[in-house]
Design a protein around this ligand. Sequence first.
Ligand SMILES: [Zn+2]
Ligand SMILES: [Zn+2]
Length: 366
Amino acid sequence: MATTAEPSPTTTAEAAGGPTKAKGWGTDAPDQPLHPMEFERRALRPDDVAIQITYAGICHSDLHTARNDWGGTRYPVIPGHEIVGTVTAIGNEVTRHRVGDTVAVGCMVDSCMECDQCLEGWEVFCRKGCVQTYNSEDYHDHTISKGGYTDHVVVRDHFCLKVPEGMDVSKIAPLLCAGITTYSPLRQYNVGPNTKMAVVGLGGLGHMGVKLGAALGAHVTMITTTPSKGKDARELGAHDVIISTDEQQMRDAATRFDFILNTIPVSHEIDGYLNLLGRSGRMVIVGALTPMPGFTGFNIIWWNRAVGGSAIGGIPETQEMLDFCAAKGIYPDCEFIEMNQVNEAYERLLKNDVRYRFVIDMSKGL
Ligand SMILES: [Zn+2]
Ligand SMILES: [Zn+2]
């Protein structure tokens, strides 16, 4: 039973009845462009929330999944895991959300909520395997999840984040993947006012790394191959820039950093970056998923350095990140598009031609 009288009888799960017709943009094959399609969203379960989507971010993973770059895509696929919207109906056991609330959904929509990982707030590593927002099998009805390039979505209440009062709703979506992916490692390794931090790579992830690192009080250096990107990074809040192709600059920066956030999205050599870490310094890789070349053992043994990775973040930390961004006024830099421009946006994303995240404005229709 709902805890407040606010939801009207017409917006309760009972009134919403069975499955609902949904519209979205997806694709049937790796070599096909995205196009409009219709499908059904499930009837609300007791702990479900239905959300009218207002904005959806475009992540590199969306493109990789649509084109089956990693294998395992189950067509038709509808991507999108950076979602913001308004609650339109709730299941009869939902107490955390009310009809009319502004909410957000990231990369997960369900997990077992019983294993050690779930109980510790790391649902992403659920022992049963979390249900991802798209291309993932639902535990109950075994349908394949459909993401945020749609008019509405139905998710388990726990996976629905509260958007703090007063936030600019249009710019929140990219926080749900790019934001938490960069915020989580900064928090895991206590990046703060005494940290000399570097960010490698300036795209959707890197630009959030610069903003969040600076907001946490760290001294932030952008490491890039491109001088013009150094200038862009300073505008985002970086305090210093190193051009990685300049051997003298790289030599001068040896052992300078406590922490390096490595956002390069493709396989690459890391020895040159390891040399920049000081005693017990750590590099965290968040972008490259494919096999990487080896590195020289000496470069981590000497100076007690570490190389690690980090995957999005759990739900409690995602909520903390949203609250932090609200308090500090931090937003991604967004380029807004309409749904029918998504294929063009994908082509530009492949060329890294976006500053720094595409966001689909659903108010223009699907
Ligand atoms: Zn993503
Ligand atoms: Zn679990």
